[in-house]
Design a protein around this ligand. Structure first.
Ligand code: ATP
Length: 240
């Protein structure tokens, strides 16, 4: 069953059209991986879905209801949560405070401080530590936990592994794997590591210059087709 439906979405930065007529549907409990080169429009797409960047035209519907006219905070209340690239936390606030402040704006649901700590047990001993004193992996866990505290229907994860050590990435994806297995939270994941994106996602969307260049199950598409779409090689061959 479709939970998020985007049609003909266009978003601009001034004269530059960063997202060009993107249409996507995401099923309940599905993990959609979004890949694409730097500047392909992935972050702008996420920011437009979550309402922190204005859309120029198109439609965004969550559970069949348009959310296009809602502010970012109302979209959180409706069930859209984004973990932005760079895991922005309140550095002076403790881990507990960072998590709790997020719960105040969200939906009612099964995620609370206890269940988030169950999903990220390494945060338990850190509850009183200011977020500014955490490692990159710990900060990312708090950022994801904070998003979960709003009980999202759809969780947008923008390059969560960026800048983390291989061990931290592994740990993070173990937690995300458990989240995926529960199939309660729909996830859209921007991931630069193509192998990881293919292994983790049920379906892959490859963006190129603001458009969806390729879409399908990772096993059906295969890595070479995804790599070609990533670099726009298929298009050049077609143009030649
Ligand atoms: P990256 O992997 O580098 O984050 P991306 O696929 O997320 O790339 P976006 O960050 O959405 O892509 O950028 C899409 C296009 O919009 C790029 O050409 C980028 O230069 C431009 N862009 C992004 N943010 C802004 C901004 N704040 N002002 C002007 N142009 C922007």
């Amino acid at each position: 069953m479709t939970i998020l439906e985007i049609e003909n979405l266009i978003a601009r930065h001034g004269l530059l059209t960063a997202v060009q007529e993107v249409s996507l549907t995401v099923g309940r409990g599905e993990v959609l991986g979004v890949v694409g080169a730097n500047g392909a429009g992935k972050t702008t797409l996420f920011r437009t879905i979550s309402g922190v960047h204005p859309m120029t035209s198109g439609t965004i519907a969550l559970e069949g209801q348009s959310i296009a006219g809602l502010t970012a905070s109302r979209r959180v209340a409706a069930g859209i949560a984004m973990v932005p690239e760079g895991r922005r936390l309140f550095s002076d606030m403790t881990v507990r405070e960072n998590l709790q402040v997020a719960g105040e704006n969200g939906r009612i649901g099964s995620w609370n401080l206890d269940s988030v700590l169950g999903a990220f047990p390494a945060l338990k001993p850190l509850l009183r530590v200011p977020a500014g004193g955490l490692s990159g992996g710990q900060r990312q866990s708090v950022a994801i936990g904070r998003a979960l505290m709003s009980n999202p229907l759809v969780l947008l994860l923008d390059e969560v592994s960026l800048g983390l050590s291989p061990v931290a990435v592994e740990e993070l994806y173990q937690s995300l794997g458990a989240l995926k297995s529960a199939r309660e939270t729909t996830m859209i994941v921007v991931e630069q590591d193509l192998d990881r994106a293919m292994a983790f996602s049920d379906r892959i969307v490859c963006m190129l210059e603001g458009r969806v260049a390729l879409e399908g199950a990772p096993s059906a598409l295969g890595k070479s087709a995804i790599t070609d779409a990533y670099f726009g090689l298929g298009r050049e061959m077609a143009d030649a």
